[in-house]
Ligand binder design. Structure first.
Ligand code: CAA
Length: 244
């Protein structure tokens, strides 16, 4: 255990991809970890059995559901000290072909969820004068991406949300930071048209996609006491694809 104090962390979208890597890294740092999932109950329970990470079902796009589930987590663990807002979806389409639902779904799940989850934990963190909010944005929120006006808008919104929150929490021991992953080997990038993904890969100076641990390790660092002077920062982890 690298941290001296065992804390409780909640990771949304925590049983797959970047969320799972983050949850495992936080567990390895010695924390209690809860992974929030939405679908695939069997997968979530298999993840719990394999890792020992607790799982709770919650739709992060619903405020009332978040209130209930985060309340239950707090009741079980006493506090929520670390929140990783990772849950996100893509509904890629050019804007001239995009349906309203594709826009709405991405903004609701990726951006509105920031409020729905963070609002449940922020008061406790401020009262205890210690908290870590780590938000997963994207390279595509920094630079925009063809086929992703919805996703790029939501992910850029996350950066603004985090910078504002960082200012509010700075004198209360609550830090808020953003990680902008580039293209990482997950189900999300695996679902892309192979030729488009290959063209993107060729634009990455390191010549390959990242691994989920590249993000998970940074999450664990930002959650630690060592990162106490870091707030409102945006970390690009993208193999050099975009140097913001
Ligand atoms: N910029 C702009 N236009 C481009 C382009 C580029 N880099 N590459 C291709 N195009 C254009 C082509 O010129 C062509 O234009 P015309 O129609 O005028 O000839 C057009 O795109 C080809 O369109 P398609 O027929 O392929 O369109 P489609 O509707 O079938 O597919 C799409 C559109 C689904 C958005 C597809 O382009 C796509 O998957 N794009 C990639 C989106 C992307 O990067 N998603 C990332 C997912 S992973 C993720 O989001 C994680 C993260 O945080 C990084």
């Amino acid at each position: 255990m690298s941290d001296t104090i065992k804390r409780t962390a909640v990771v949304t979208g925590g049983n797959r991809g970047l969320g799972a890597a983050s949850a495992k890294a936080l567990l390895a740092a010695g924390h209690n970890v809860v992974a929030i999932y939405i679908g695939r109950v069997d997968d979530a329970h298999a993840f719990k059995k394999e890792t020992g990470i607790d799982v709770y079902k919650c739709d992060v796009s619903h405020f009332a559901e978040c209130r209930e589930v985060f309340g239950a987590i707090e009741k079980k663990y006493g506090t929520i000290d670390i929140l990783v807002n990772n849950a996100g979806i893509t509904r890629d389409s050019f804007l001239h072909k995009m349906e309203h639902k594709q826009w709405e779904d991405v903004i609701t799940v990726n951006l509105n969820s920031q409020f729905n989850t963070t609002r449940q934990v922020i008061n406790g963190m401020r009262e205890r004068k210690w908290g870590r909010i780590i938000n997963i944005s994207s390279i595509n929120g920094q630079k925009g991406q063809f086929g992703q006006t919805n996703y790029s808008a939501a992910k850029a919104g996350i950066i603004g949300f985090t910078k504002a929150l960082a200012q509010e929490g700075a004198n209360k021991g609550v830090t808020a930071n953003v990680i902008c992953p580039g293209y990482i080997m997950t189900e999300m990038t695996g679902a892309m048209q192979p030729e488009i993904l290959e063209a993107i890969r060729q634009g990455i100076p390191m010549g390959h996609l990242g691994e989920p641990n590249d993000i998970g390790d940074m999450v664990a660092y930002l959650a630690s006491d060592k990162a106490k002077f870091i707030t409102g920062a945006t970390f690009s982890i993208n193999g050099g694809q975009h140097m913001a």
